[in-house]
Write a protein that binds this ligand. Structure first.
Ligand code: HXC
Length: 520
């Protein structure tokens, strides 16, 4: 009887201790967190995971630091909730920083808990999801916090290309702490509550006398639209977590696996006659390439990545016949779909992700060229544009290219042309594959003739027409084998479904090396 009482006491003690940990930083701080429109770490994890699947790790761990009274403080779970659970039936590792515990600041133990999740994810071949909400390095722990970051960055880098890593920024991310998300594959931010910056507004004011708010300096919109640091912008915690779940549905668990194949009622043979008219025949007229994409992908579902950044190129995931594919498309609606520094960076990073994780690539081409001018040249368009050539050439996943309209010059080559490594190149009859547009070409090649002509305008017009007839079509390219087939646009879905089916078992080995020296 006495023994039973002793046991039940011990059980009670366990329950009490656990209940205290589950209270995060206490009711008051939880209330403040909610008032800011933010959820607690465990509420966030509950939203992410399938009900009842989350197994928490190391919730009793505490800092062993004794400085500045840390040994007297109660820091539940040391400010970070870590564990493994399932998202739509698939395992993921997660860590969620708890802002209610010393501002989610990262000390030695906090970092050890995160590193453990990173190791477990890597060894088990499962995605690692980070939910960040932290004041950065725990100031009281000094070097131990900095070394903690070192541990995390090292693991982020070593895991890259082996398991998908997703960072959801749900509060502040300050100082060097921003570099963990920056190494991961995707960053999701929220409109109001998330910020990322190397130094906060106070330091900016001190050093540069610049007045700037947290949001203006490193808010969700800024990083989605201007810096390109973040890939998704959600209105709040719920939206950000839903975005992560949707993203996971398109990607495999690790580099050895394929993305899950889904079933759809949308027939792979479905025709769409409206595709014949979606692209204006006047090659200078804009249109929205997303209107083309949604007509041929499964159920019209396109999951766009980096939507607000470099809108002259569109990237994102979709499915064709249930297979997940990565789409890269010039956007004629913005700057005529020209390739510039940001577009090159955006597309290259996306292509590399897809190649890491066995997701086939579909490239839709309507591109007038690379952006000219001093701003681009001095900003390094040569260096950044080179990335696109490099990553397409390097990618060994199935690569299908569909030329919709313009494919001019170096940009034609850069958008996954046949000899840059496309496995299959299709073209619409409206495709114009040439070194440059007809009027530009006529002005150069026939400059003297036009200048000396009695009626220069008439000669110019005639030469432009001739050039158009010769080159502004897909037939010269098809004669050379640079285009495999010219298709009726209504058959786009069927042709692409067959192409990806044919290429499904493609195996390609790159020459043996440690790794290439990609232009960065
Ligand atoms: C220890 C911290 C902390 C930190 C916040 N807190 N940041 N404790 N180390 N880095 C504590 C606060 O003291 C406070 O404790 C609680 O967390 C909540 O913080 P508040 O300031 O009240 O919250 P809020 O007003 O919302 O402001 C959030 C904040 C601000 C903007 C993040 O706290 C802040 O500026 N923190 C410092 C940020 C920073 O400079 N970090 C170091 C960056 S350098 P109480 O007990 O009052 O609740 C870095 C180097 C990494 O990270 C290098 C890697 C290579």
């Amino acid at each position: 009887m006495e023994e039973m009482n002793d046991n039940s006491k011990k059980l009670e003690e366990l329950q009490e201790k656990r209940a205290t940990i589950r209270k995060h930083g206490g009711d008051k701080r939880v209330e403040t967190q909610h008032e800011k429109g933010k959820l607690t770490a465990r509420e966030r994890i509950a939203l992410l995971m399938d009900e009842g699947t989350f197994v928490e790790f190391d919730d009793f761990m505490k800092t062993r630091s004794v400085y500045y009274g840390l040994d007297k403080m109660d820091l539940p779970a040391d400010g970070v909730v870590t564990g493994v659970g399932k998202v739509n039936g698939r395992k993921v590792a997660v860590y969620a920083q708890d802002f209610t515990v010393l501002g989610g600041s990262l000390g030695e133990t906090h970092a050890l808990k995160i590193s453990r999740m990173q190791d477990l994810a890597l060894q088990s071949g499962i995605p690692c999801i980070a939910m960040l909400d932290s004041g950065g390095a725990r100031i009281q722990e000094g070097i131990d916090s900095l070394d903690g970051y070192g541990r995390i960055f090292f693991r982020n880098s070593r895991s890259s290309g082996i398991i998908p890593q997703i960072s959801i920024i749900l509060g502040p991310t300050a100082g060097g702490a921003v570099y963990s998300p920056a190494i991961t594959d995707f960053i999701i931010m929220t409109k109001k509550s998330s910020t990322m910056y190397i130094t906060g507004p106070a330091v900016v004011k001190d050093v540069l006398s610049e007045e700037v708010t947290h949001e203006q300096l490193g808010g969700g919109l800024v990083h989605n639209q201007r810096s390109g640091v973040a890939h998704f912008l959600s209105s709040d915690d719920d939206g950000a977590i839903a975005t992560a779940k949707e993203l996971l549905s398109y990607i495999p668990q690790n580099f050895r696996e394929e993305a899950p194949r889904t079933t759809t009622r949308d027939s792979a043979e479905r025709e769409d006659v409206s595709l014949r008219d979606v692209i204006p025949s006047d090659s200078n007229k804009p249109y929205d390439v997303k209107d083309v994409i949604t007509k041929f992908v499964d159920d019209g579902q396109f999951f766009e990545v980096h939507r607000l950044f470099a809108p002259n190129i569109v990237v994102g995931f979709a499915r064709i016949d249930g297979r997940s594919i990565g789409i890269i498309a010039n956007q004629a609606k913005f700057m005529a779909g020209v390739l510039d520094i940001n577009a090159s960076d955006k597309a290259s990073r996306f292509i590399r992700f897809c190649d890491c994780f066995n997701i086939p690539l579909l490239t839709l081409v309507d591109v007038p060229g690379y952006m000219p001018g001093t701003a681009q040249e001095h900003g390094g368009i040569i260096r950044h544009g080179a990335k696109l050539l490099y990553v397409y050439s390097e990618a060994s996943v199935p690569k299908v290219t569909l030329i919709l309209r313009k494919a001019y010059g170096g940009a034609y080559v850069g958008m996954c042309s046949k000899y840059l490594g496309a496995d299959m190149v299709l073209a619409y009859p409206s495709a114009e594959i040439a070194v440059m547009g007809a009027s530009g070409a006529a002005e150069i090649v026939f400059a003297r003739e036009i200048k000396n002509a009695e009626d220069p305008a008439a000669v110019r017009k005639q030469r432009i027409e001739e050039y158009k007839e010769q080159f502004s079509n897909p037939y010269r390219a098809a004669e050379r084998g640079s285009v495999d087939d010219i298709i009726d646009p209504k058959d786009t879905r069927m042709k692409l479904a067959r192409a990806f089916d044919i290429l499904e078992t493609k195996q390609e080995r790159c020459p043996e090396k440690k790794h290439g020296n990609m232009p960065l």
